[in-house]
Design a protein around this ligand. Sequence first.
Ligand SMILES: *Cc1c(COP(=O)(O)O)cnc(C)c1O
Length: 297
Amino acid sequence: MLLRSVQRNIFSRRTGPSFLARYNVRIMLPATQERKAELLESLAEIRSRVASASPTTPVVLVAVSKYKPASDIQACLEDGQLDFGENYVQELVEKAKELPLEIRWHFIGALQSNKAKTLAAIPNLYTVQTLTSEKAASALNKALPLDRTAPLNVLIQVNTSGEEAKSGLAPLSKNNPSGDLTQLAKFIVNQCPRLRLQGLMTIGALEQSLNSGDDNADFERLKETRNILQSFLLMEFQDTWKGKWGAETGDGRLLLSMGMSNDFEAAIKAGGDIVRVGTGIFGSRKTKADIAPVKVL
Ligand SMILES: *Cc1c(COP(=O)(O)O)cnc(C)c1O
């Protein structure tokens, strides 16, 4: 009798599937015990490797959860992991709706300025790590909801390897201390009061991460670029600099986001502040080819 009435209520017009769909309520099934155990084991291993690579300074571990279900993220969150990285705006929007607000979302995918508004509407979007244009910076700055008080952290993506397939602005060097990168940084500090230029990000060449051990040329290039940019900003904005860029502690040090599953230890040893680890925590992903829509003939 009771069961019947519960069933009737669940499937009544008010609470049935159409109600859920209308209000965009999704029911997330938790990860299985087995999957949970697997995730917590790899998360613990990555954490301990991060800690031994950097015994003194804290490093932010971003768990890259693209293509992985929200239940995987929930399991890691319950173990105290707060920072998660996603590459696709729509996927991030969906997951952000399903998961608790305490998560700090890092957007690490290619950013088109026409998606800036959708992205900026996510209340717990913490960082956009892949900024490469004034247009996108402006769009984000403008689109942040008025009730959001915290600035949105942004990192400028740098193409340290020069590979054509990678996005990002050219690195700076002592001989070439000014460039698009410097202009964009200045623009953010000057024209985007709701953004905070937190640092620089690079992906780096796979070849470097597989073959060069701790002497990764991409990481060195990102570090050099950071040092040059930091000096430039200090000179340019002398009196008004405090709090406009760098870590939230307000010391004006630009952070470096570098290092993925294959090379995060080398990145930390080279001075990285933020590492982005996907496969190492969640296991292998489907490739782009696997998820391409199947043509129906
Ligand atoms: C997918 C991705 C990662 C994570 O890569 P793994 O090799 O799985 O750790 C890190 N950074 C960016 C920008 C990514 O797209």
